[in-house]
Ligand binder design. Structure first.
Ligand code: SF4
Ligand code: SF4
Length: 498
């Protein structure tokens, strides 16, 4: 996603010939490059590249391991007023804004927020779990409907992406629907849909059957309507690498425009205690750096086959080919409490202004330098929001980095995979074929072996978190990663033992 300008002009001209089919659109790459050049010329020591804007922390899902919701559990009903969201974007002046949360499509002023950020000429990613996307696109259709759009509507009907009743409502649009601010297709905006695996895995992680299917329907609808779509995937300890390969191939066959992938963040505070007290190896509990690098060994291969967003140095870092230093200040987070420091993952304080945060935080206390963690909580962190900008900003610069970034981002987009029954069959491997995760989990915990292992207790705790759903308060999952790990390990153990 991030890229650097390159001084190698002759090769530049050759690459620009294919500007229309670049991995990351030319206008967007040029905007980001311009931003970096501006600050390099001004010798700005620290500046923002991507704003992680969290207008609210309320969510309609209860994903296991969602630390966000847990950390801000007392603020679930709080929201950042629209004006403050827009002021935060101006304050840090990042060329890209990732609207996340919580579920940003629940934010009552999401349309106005997107419109406001577009007016500020920023690149926008709406990071969504996908559940409300089709509703937002129906609002868009109702606002712009005219008979010329009938072929699109017919296609949506044919692919069962809208119902007959919904199509009728769109056609009978009235002045109120027409005057609504809506989210429209734009070359400056991406729907960025959270997809953590194929159907079975994804629905398990988000703790609700049918969510994967809804994401896919929403992506298909978005593509028909001319929206740009991307996906973001978090890799956990239990993530199967082959499944990621299948997932990217399937998403590519849907013409998804790009993918962000990052290892999950596992708090490390308890690691030493666990090792000491239980005599276990860290690998038993955590996605360590070593494990992350094993999982991401193929990332550059994926980058050739699929439209993976990100800098080449970051990919090399993930694959274990080099070290990078964290530049968390380049992807700052703004939320109901203000500017969150030092990063999206850890909270040591909140500040009123971006510059205030930059000047007051002792950045030398954080990150991993030459394999040594300055803060124990950073030890196993290799996440996108800490290290991807490092690859664009020239941190730990190695000769040829600029050219590599340029070639990758301005280079040709990998050809989409051809849609096939086989890919679709592999993708819908969960509730669609009667393998719902709830049924699997229940079956696993009901086995005598699982009962002995205590899976029943783990599942009961998760069932309690489900009970928050539908209470109208927008409350969310516990966010306890250990619960997810515990449940998955016990289900897997129970399956093996049967
Ligand atoms: S519960 Fe899931 S969808 Fe909601 S904010 Fe957390 S990770 Fe995102
Ligand atoms: S390494 Fe950077 S991004 Fe990761 S936890 Fe530490 S400060 Fe945050």
């Amino acid at each position: 996603m991030l890229t650097l300008p390159c001084p190698e002009r002759p090769r530049l001209n050759r690459s620009l010939k294919s500007a229309k089919n670049m991995r990351f659109p030319f206008a967007l790459s040029a905007k980001i490059a311009g931003h970096i050049i501006k600050h390099k010329l001004r010798k700005t020591p620290k500046f923002a590249m991507v704003l992680q804007l969290e207008p609210l922390h309320t969510c309609n899902l209860t994903c296991t391991g969602c630390g966000r919701i847990r950390e801000y559990s007392t603020n679930l009903k709080d929201m950042v007023p629209l004006e403050k969201c827009l002021a935060a974007a101006n304050d840090c002046d990042a060329p890209m804004v990732s609207i996340c949360g919580g579920e940003p499509l629940i934010y009552p002023k999401i349309e106005e927020l997107v419109a406001g950020l577009l007016e500020q000429k920023r690149i926008i990613y709406i990071c969504t779990n996908g559940v409300f996307m089709r509703k937002k696109m129906r609002d868009y259709l109702a606002a712009v409907y005219s008979p010329e759009l009938e072929p699109n509507l017919q296609e949506l009907l044919k692919q069962e992406l809208v119902t007959g009743k919904e199509a009728e409502t769109i056609r009978k649009t009235d002045a109120t629907a027409k005057s609504k601010v809506v989210i429209r297709p734009s070359q400056w905006m991406y729907w960025n849909v959270h997809v953590d695996g194929l159907e079975f895995t994804h629905d398990l992680i988000v703790e609700r059957e049918g969510v994967f299917k809804e994401c896919i329907l929403a992506i298909k609808m978005a593509k028909i309507l001319g929206f740009q779509t991307a996906t973001n995937t978090t890799v956990y300890k239990e993530t199967d690498v082959q499944e990621l390969d299948d997932m990217f191939a399937f998403l590519s066959s849907l013409n998804v425009d790009g993918h962000t992938i990052s290892p999950g963040y596992e708090y490390d505070a308890a690691k030493k205690d666990m090792v000491k007290r239980l005599g276990k190896q860290p690998e038993d509990f955590f996605l360590t750096r070593k494990m992350t690098r094993q999982k991401f060994a193929k990332i550059q291969e994926w980058g050739e086959k699929f439209t993976i967003f990100g800098t080449v140095p970051y990919q090399e870092f993930l694959a274990g080919k080099r070290e990078l230093t964290c530049t968390a200040w380049a992807i700052p987070t703004y939320n109901v409490k203000g500017w969150k420091a030092p990063c999206y993952l850890m909270t040591d304080g909140h500040y009123d202004g971006y510059q205030e945060m930059l000047s007051k935080v002792n950045w030398e206390k954080y990150g991993v330098v030459d394999g040594v963690a300055r803060d124990p909580r950073c030890e196993n962190c290799m996440v996108h929001c800490g290290y991807d900008p490092s690859g664009a900003l020239g941190t730990n610069y190695q000769r040829g980095d600029n050219w590599k970034n340029f070639k990758y981002n301005f280079g040709a987009k990998p050809k989409p995979f051809t849609a096939s029954e086989e890919l679709t069959k592999r993708a819908f491997n969960g509730v669609t074929i009667g393998k719902g995760h709830l049924a699997e989990a229940k079956a696993a915990i009901n086995s005598p072996r699982a009962a002995m292992n205590g899976a029943q207790a783990a599942f009961s705790r998760k069932a309690e978190s489900h009970s928050h759903e539908g209470n109208g308060n927008g409350s969310c999952g516990s966010g306890d990663t250990s619960q997810r790990d515990e449940l998955l390990a016990k289900i897997a153990g129970a399956k093996k033992g049967e």
